[in-house]
Design a protein around this ligand. Sequence first.
Ligand code: SF4
Length: 332
Amino acid sequence: MNYKVGIPQGLLFYEYYPLWKEFFSELGVEVLLSTKTNKKILDSGVSNCVDDACLPVKVFHGHVIDLKDKVDFLFVPKIISVKKREFECPKILGLPEMVSNTIKDLPPIIDPEINLWKSEKNISDSITELGKVFNVNKSKTKKAYKKACNKYYDVRRHLNSHVIPIDAIKIYNKLLKNTNFKKKDRLNILLLGHPYNIYDEYISMNIIEKMVKQDINLITSDMVDTKKINYYSKKIPKRMFWTAGRRLIGSAYSLLEEEKVNGIIYVSSFGCGLDSILIDLVQRKASLKNIPFTLLTIDEHTGEAGINTRIEAFIDMMKWRLNDENNISTHG
Ligand code: SF4
């Protein structure tokens, strides 16, 4: 029997989709993605999720609703930890339970537990269980997983060569095809934020496209070398135990310390517990380095006009600063 597995285009989809897609394809399972985020998905997510969840979690619920009647299984992995001594956000690790308790009439949920907190090797049981769901033997499942991992590392290598991930790759291809990514006379602006906030075109209101059109060199955390991220994330006094935090802090600190960035735009979801700490750490460091920083907080009520004005004003101010007033602080 040909099974169809639905993958919601939300949250860690923006990180692990290449791995999941390759794995299921190797098992002979068809993958169906939810529709890209749109108003209908946002509205259904908002009305089917608890009020105090952050925007990306609400949107994820909308994607589940979009898929639930079209597939045999839903893939909502329970991702607790993807690196030794690190955790994902509590809202991400409780996702399968949250979804299954709030949305009715769901198909069976495939929710393998990924927990590398103690060791980075104990994933094989979860993978073997996944294969069993589709009657695939252990050895074939392991091979599929190995191939999927190779694919994932390939994609990450490309990202480190300044390619923007997943959907943003399309924007990148369309807009940056014939341009030199690192033009010397352009501003280097770091767009910081969780991948599902900055790469989801609807949530971010196409921020990547808007920024690229302003003739700047756009940088995201995914484009910063992992070794540098790991090195600079250790510069804060207490060890960062959130994977997302390590990436955001490490990439921002690396670019600030090495003086490779002219300004930082941080996109955050209203009510994000992690960001309440991460924003402060990045903002303080940027201030110490005299680098302009602006925060765009988004929720389901955020208007696009306000975001456009903020981005344009911020970039205009930095262009002016670069050309005319090189040493003037823009912090006020
Ligand atoms: S890290 Fe923040 S935005 Fe992401 S799921 Fe957790 S609370 Fe929501």
